[in-house]
Design a protein around this ligand. Structure first.
Ligand SMILES: Cc1cc2nc3c(=O)[nH]c(=O)nc-3n(C[C@H](O)[C@H](O)[C@H](O)COP(=O)(O)OP(=O)(O)OC[C@H]3O[C@@H](n4cnc5c(N)ncnc54)[C@H](O)[C@@H]3O)c2cc1C
Ligand code: FES
Ligand code: FES
Length: 490
């Protein structure tokens, strides 16, 4: 149910009440969607839905959490297609070697996403079903000629992505339908691809994005597809530009001419992120760069192999329902201590941690996923607690900044390094910075400055203490290398 208004409300609370349904199977989820009809919203990673609900743009009577459905998970390349489950996270896509090698534009699109936490929480299904013209996976998926698999009360159907997306916020899902997977054709040999995005800052939606896919034979273009984000009511192709490339000998001048033609095919508008004029101007060089990158990569293709993915949650699906005015008893392990709590469907994990468990380390900043101050680890992954319903965390393990120190009170080496480097001023962002930096060091024990800045791009420091924060993380990594610290222990 969408409302035609855009109110910034108190984002620290989710005021709206709703029934909560957690199905254990796809069939059950479809049944619940049919039961509630247009009054229901499906919840996957929640990075769009929770923000919309907080901002009073959506007010569903029922939220159906599909995040644990096994049928929507995993990737494989069976039957001449590469299948990506709808619950595959943006992070899983950006880091899977097979996606990086074979569907490079998709991996690059996912790596360009807002923040590490949003990449870890957000799913490919959610990115398609939110219907945003700025969704980053969509241009790459359209350039690869992908299709979506939709399951509903009357069975399964397959649609080209362009037919799913009707306009801003509008997707062609029939009542009771759930997007279960995305199908990419197995890439032909000598295929190369690239995704480029311009945004105001690294952690932002696109002013304009382009995905280019080229199939080459020696110096000739055999096939080419171009797709653009944020420059029209939905993702746009540039058929004239594609046509002028196919069959020609490729060089940078040809790519530039194609870019000029493509810049006339897009339909940009003025909005908060950019002007229509700027978007059209940069479309030309951006297209040229994307084409040149895709061309260079063509010929390096390795065959897509099956990929094992882990899920955001490690739970065995259990089905249950909670009425809007009732509570549900959850069990959570927080910093090694078990807690049993009665929570309402609209209670946020951040509120439970701060107000009921008095763990005030995780901070309230924006409340809508943009500052990272509320970051905690949920089953080992850093997530934004302001965008997690507490009921979905049942039987999960949570670590807050309070859990970093040792039981005897001695600070974690990373915390000590932050103090040694004065890596904080007011300290408001520090808990989020620590939770992210600790996780980064566990993943990459010796990160470069660029890797540190990229991993922390979703954590805002309003005192702008970034230089000392980066120095502290670098110093901690050096300590680990020299065997003087166990900062990478998670
Ligand atoms: C701070 C911030 C930064 C962001 N940056 C980016 C960015 O850089 N690029 C970008 O593209 N997006 C960005 N987003 C948007 C968002 O994170 C992505 O669109 C994400 O992929 C949504 O996935 P989700 O699983 O969280 O979706 P949800 O919020 O769970 O769902 C989104 C919508 O899709 C529906 N839905 C979800 N899954 C299914 C399914 N399988 N079948 C049917 N319907 C479904 C839901 O009902 C809901 O209407 C950002 C969001 C925030 C808050
Ligand atoms: S408070 Fe959660 S991201 Fe800002
Ligand atoms: S130290 Fe003040 S917000 Fe970062």
């Amino acid at each position: 149910m969408s409302k035609n208004r855009y109110n910034m409300t108190n984002t620290h609370l989710l005021m709206h009440r709703f029934d909560y349904v957690q199905p254990a199977t796809l069939k059950e989820a479809i049944g619940s969607l049919q039961e509630f009809g247009k009054d229901a919203e499906v919840l996957a990673g929640g990075t769009n839905l929770l923000v919309w609900m907080k901002m009073e743009q959506r007010a569903p009577r029922c939220v159906i959490n599909i995040a644990n459905l096994p049928e929507l998970k995993g990737m494989n390349n069976k039957d001449e297609v590469f299948l990506i489950g709808a619950l595959t996270t943006v992070r899983q896509l950006s880091t899977a070697p097979q996606i990086q090698e074979t569907y490079t534009a998709l991996a690059e699109a996912c790596a360009s996403f807002g923040s590490t936490q949003i990449q870890i929480m957000g799913t490919i299904g959610g990115n398609l079903c939110n219907g945003s013209p700025a969704s980053d996976t969509v241009p790459a998926l359209v350039a690869f000629d992908s299709k979506v698999v939709l399951a509903g009360p009357h069975g399964e159907r397959v649609l080209p992505i362009a037919e799913l997306l009707l306009g801003p916020g509008e997707v062609k899902l029939r009542e009771g339908e759930i997007l279960t997977a995305v199908r990419l054709p197995i890439a032909k040999p000598n295929t190369g691809s690239a995704f480029l995005k311009l945004s105001r800052v690294r952690a932002d939606l696109a002013k304009i994005s382009v995905a280019a896919v080229i199939v080459r034979d020696e110096q000739r273009v055999v096939d080419c597809r171009l797709a653009y984000g944020s420059v029209g009511p939905t993702v746009l192709r540039a058929p004239e530009a594609e046509k002028m490339l196919i069959g020609k000998t490729f060089d940078a001048k040809l790519a530039l001419r194609a870019g000029r033609v493509a810049s006339k095919a897009i339909l940009p508008v003025d909005d908060a992120r950019s002007s229509a004029w700027y978007r059209r101007e940069v479309a030309t060089p951006l297209t040229q760069d994307a084409l040149c990158k895709a061309w260079e990569r063509a010929g390096e293709l390795r065959e897509a192999k099956p990929v094992e993915t882990s899920s955001l949650s490690h739970k065995v699906p259990v089905s249950f329902r909670v009425n809007a005015n009732e509570n549900y008893s959850i069990t959570i392990l927080v910093n090694g201590v078990n807690h049993q709590l009665d929570v309402a469907p609209n209670e946020l994990l951040l509120n439970v941690l701060r107000e009921r468990l008095e763990l005030t380390g995780p901070k309230y900043g924006c409340g809508i996923g943009e500052c990272g101050a509320c970051t905690v680890w949920l089953n080992g992954e850093p997530v934004l607690a302001c965008l997690v319903l507490a009921v979905t965390a049942d039987e999960s393990e949570i670590v807050t900044v309070e859990g970093l120190a040792r039981p005897d009170g001695e600070l974690d080496p990373l915390q000590q390094t932050f103090i040694d480097h004065n890596a904080f001023q007011c300290g408001y962002c520090t808990p989020g910075m620590l939770m992210m930096s600790k996780k980064l060091l566990a993943e990459i024990p010796s990160p470069t400055e660029d890797e540190i800045r990229d991993y922390l791009k979703g954590n805002r420091c309003r005192c702008t203490g970034y230089a000392s924060i980066v120095r502290a993380v670098e110093s901690c990594a050096e300590g680990t290398r020299e065997g003087g610290s166990d900062a990478a222990r998670v």
